[in-house]
Design a protein around this ligand. Structure first.
Ligand code: HEM
Ligand code: HEM
Length: 421
């Protein structure tokens, strides 16, 4: 069988590329749908997820992403090959509308082969954690920041381009069946293997740019329709402000706050770091308040108090934010805030806050050693402590540290100014 196309038949390379792509795409679509459905179950607060559920979902996503990246490169090779080849002329060029539709759909399919995997890949690269791609490259991509908004945008684009692909594919396959069953012509046979096609008359193919323009209009219309329906505007649910933020803002304030020992937090970060499937994932609480009293003592001894209230729903934790909110983890429905209350002490070599940390309905003693520098009326502190999540009944169904590490590192950094008398 000749390798190259001619003006009336496909060569072996084009055929292999076509059916390999068809096989990969027809496997990839159900993989994506099933993995996404499972992820939605994991994120659903009403469904208790087990360790096996999480592992199965991650596995399916890893297969989906790894196959998707493969499709991307096969598609590039296929497109480069097609550019060097003759395009076999339509068998019925006189059927103008049908030919125009078939060629528009071919453009949509070629374009989808690039746009769908590329948007999925960028979505992955912008997301922190969860299921890895199994290729040794591509966990991150140049110019793609790890950013929740970018990740959400490209997840949305991935799905929009999938819709276009699905419609184009349905039309394409329906067309192939129509040619086979109704027209009974050689359309399907000349794409299949064997000697068919060489006997077909070579007809002049009317080459116009119209089908390509029509394909661009279809993509633009899909994006416009999606924009009008508001999918781009909707933020990932995890970053929506919640009632708990208001809750934390009204945390009981110590009357001493207004005294000279009171400090006003100007800015700060509160991060947690976990290890998921071997990868480190750092999450941030956007909403928390701290009531601090502090008076530098002349010698080691008591130095003040600290009372921190943290709005759990303000946490963003890579791709698993929703999961972290679920009943098996923070159970945000029932326990929207966490609280750290401690006495501050100056020690011989630094400072330490010793008190209790309440997460869910568990209160345990904790010690937070921290560094502090005070310049003029501004204090800068940084501190780190390690918690065991199972002590707080967080993720009790996930006991295998290989899936989700047991240690949780907490990092806090803040700048505060002394409140006026
Ligand atoms: C079971 C599924 C499929 C069937 C039965 C099928 C059938 C065909 C047939 C018969 C042709 C030849 C059309 C002609 O000669 O004018 C063709 C061409 C084509 N098919 Fe498919 N196809 C399938 C899946 C796919 C998939 C999944 C893609 C890509 C996403 C795809 C992309 C294309 C493209 C771009 C062409 C134009 C020819 C070329 O330049 O390679 N097809 N297909
Ligand atoms: C041609 C290749 C691909 C096809 C046909 C495809 C198809 C799909 C489908 C059908 C879904 C489910 C959408 C839904 O239920 O709303 C999906 C979701 C997803 N795909 Fe792909 N995909 C491809 C490539 C990729 C690649 C290369 C990656 C990443 C490296 C990827 C990552 C994802 C992710 C993370 C989701 C979940 C989206 C979300 O969070 O909303 N996909 N994909």
């Amino acid at each position: 069988m000749p390798l190259h196309n001619t003006s009336n038949r496909y060569g072996a390379v084009s055929k292999v590329f076509h059916w390999l792509t068809a096989l990969l795409i027809l496997t990839e679509i159900p993989l994506g749908l099933i993995a996404n459905g499972m992820a939605q179950d994991l994120n659903s607060p009403g469904i208790v997820s087990t360790q096996a559920d999480i592992q199965r979902t991650a596995l399916l996503f890893s297969i989906h992403k790894t196959t998707g990246v493969l499709i991307f490169f096969v598609a590039l090779a296929r497109i480069l090959w097609a550019l060097t080849q003759d395009k076999p002329a339509p068998l019925h060029p006189e059927r103008r509308l049908e030919t125009f539709l078939a060629e528009t759909v071919h453009w949509l399919l070629y374009g989808s082969l690039v746009l769908v995997p590329l948007t999925g890949w960028i979505h992955h690269a912008a997301t922190v954690g969860f299921a890895p791609i199994w290729w040794s490259f591509g966990q991150s991509l140049p110019l793609v920041p790890k950013d929740e908004t970018v990740s959400h945008l490209f997840a949305t684009l991935h799905v929009i381009f999938i819709y276009v692909l699905l419609v184009a594919l349905a039309l394409h396959v329906a067309g192939a069946i129509k040619h086979q069953i109704i027209d009974r012509d050689a359309t399907l046979r000349r794409m299949w293997f064997g000697g068919h096609g060489t006997d077909l008359p070579a007809k002049a193919a009317p080459h116009t740019a119209l089908p390509a323009v029509a394909a661009l209009i279809v993509w633009a219309a899909a994006l416009g329709f999606a924009a009008l329906s508001g999918v781009f505007a909707s933020e990932p649910t995890a970053s929506e402000p919640t009632a708990a933020a208001a809750d934390s803002a009204s945390a009981p304030a110590d009357p001493d706050d207004t005294a000279s020992a009171g400090w006003q937090v100007d800015e700060g970060t509160l991060n947690i770091t976990i290890t998921q499937m071997g990868s480190t994932v750092t999450g941030t609480f956007a909403d928390w308040t701290a009531d601090i009293t502090f008076e530098e003592p002349a010698a080691p001894g008591p130095a003040g108090t600290v009372d921190v209230t943290i709005a759990i729903p303000s946490l963003t934790l890579g791709g698993v934010t929703q999961q972290a909110m679920g009943p098996d983890f923070f159970d945000v429905e029932n326990f929207p805030t966490a609280r750290f209350e401690a006495e501050i002490e100056k020690t011989t070599d630094g400072y330490v806050a010793t008190g209790t940390l309440t997460i869910r309905d568990t209160t345990l003693p904790v010690t937070l050693p921290f560094d502090l520098t005070i310049q003029d009326q501004t204090a800068t502190m940084t501190g780190t402590l390690q918690l065991q999540r199972l002590d707080y009944q967080i993720g009790q169904s996930v006991t295998d540290p290989a899936s989700l590490g047991l240690d949780v590192d907490v990092d806090v950094a803040l700048t505060a100014t002394r409140a006026r008398k």
